[in-house]
Design a protein around this ligand. Structure first.
Ligand SMILES: [Zn+2]
Length: 332
């Protein structure tokens, strides 16, 4: 801290003067507490992440300069998260909140009411698309990877984009860059470190994208079936066709006609595997697999990491997702 102050006095540029002014504003806005706004006793920036993919970004980019807490506990399905009064109250003190609007309504509402100075909506850092949120809509099948169809045949409101952007390494990398910028703004003292860590993470995500691109280039089939339709962006990126059993909301029950359509798709497209995920019941996946004589395997939407996850972090689990897809699609 002292070092930074000295440096600011030595180089009184417009930018540093602005940063000081901002810092003063933040401190004065922050009741009577003596520390800098949003910092804990160790001088680390308190970052609240809504769920695992936001936590991973905060930890990778924030490194030693942040203390990250996550609203969605490991192993809890995030879509229907309810916040405790303590969690809601804590949001107001955060140095930075990182969330993804449209995924967890309770979080969206609590962030809006928190009055926190730095809140970043990851959905605003990339471009959201619609992927047919109701799996029962048969007209969506077959046009999953055509951008030009994204606006067509849907009567949802503008805000109803598919939130699962983190499952496309390219979109996730766009989000990572925005998160890096937000951290620089919320904690200018460590801007250089955030910048460096962002570059390192973007490099890792580029590498992951290259692996997916190569690994899924040449396959026996392009179609995969999965319990909840979380992989729309991934499918689009790598020219695959996702058939979701129960739509973007993992808890919704598939209709009988949807199950019939999937049985036919499985046959027509030479699908080998029905994927289920780690946090939600695999009952419908097993039913469909039994009815069609297909195998089941795990495709992890990475909405949380537990000791059951097939990897310790985002990159590792995505690599095991790639391996599962290569196997199921008959990659050559
Ligand atoms: Zn989901």
């Amino acid at each position: 801290m002292g070092v930074m102050n000295v440096r600011r006095r030595l180089i009184p540029t417009a930018a540093t003067a602005g940063a000081v002014a901002l810092g003063l504003m933040a401190v004065s806005a922050c009741s009577s507490s003596s520390g800098a706004a949003g910092k804990n006793g160790d001088g680390k920036l308190d970052v609240v992440a809504s769920f695992y993919p936001m936590q991973f970004l905060a930890e990778e980019i924030g490194g030693d300069h942040v203390s990250v807490s996550t609203l969605t506990k490991p192993g809890v399905e995030p879509h229907d998260l309810e916040l405790s009064p303590k969690q809601t109250a804590g949001l107001g003190d955060a140095g930075l909140i990182l969330y993804l609007k449209g995924l967890q309504p309770a979080v969206d509402e609590a962030v809006a009411q928190s009055g926190v100075e730095h809140a970043v909506d990851a959905a605003g850092l990339t471009h959201l698309e619609e992927h047919g949120t109701e799996a029962g809509h048969d007209e969506h099948s077959g046009e999953e990877h055509a951008d030009e169809h994204a606006e067509e045949g849907h009567d949802h409101s503008e805000a109803g984009g598919d939130p699962h952007v983190w499952l496309d390494p390219v979109k996730y990398s766009e989000v990572a860059k925005g998160v890096g910028k937000a951290l620089e703004k919320a904690d200018p003292d460590h801007a250089a470190a955030y910048k460096k860590n962002t570059d390192a993470l973007v490099g890792k995500l580029d590498g992951l994208h290259t692996k997916f691109d190569k690994g899924l280039k040449n396959t026996d089939t392009r179609t995969f079936i999965t319990t909840h339709a979380a992989f729309g962006y991934l499918a689009e990126r790598y020219h695959l066709k996702q058939e979701g059993i129960s739509g973007v909301d993992p808890e919704s029950e598939p209709s009988l006609s949807r199950m019939k359509t999937l049985q036919k798709t499985a046959k027509d497209d030479k699908v080998t595997t029905v994927f289920f995920e780690t946090l939600v019941s695999d009952r419908t996946a097993k039913t469909l697999a039994d009815d069609t004589g297909l195998k089941t395997d795990v495709l992890d939407p990475l909405e949380g990491i537990t000791d059951k996850s097939e990897g310790a972090d985002y990159i590792e689990v995505m690599e095991s997702n790639l391996a599962a897809l290569e196997k199921a699609l008959g990659a050559k």
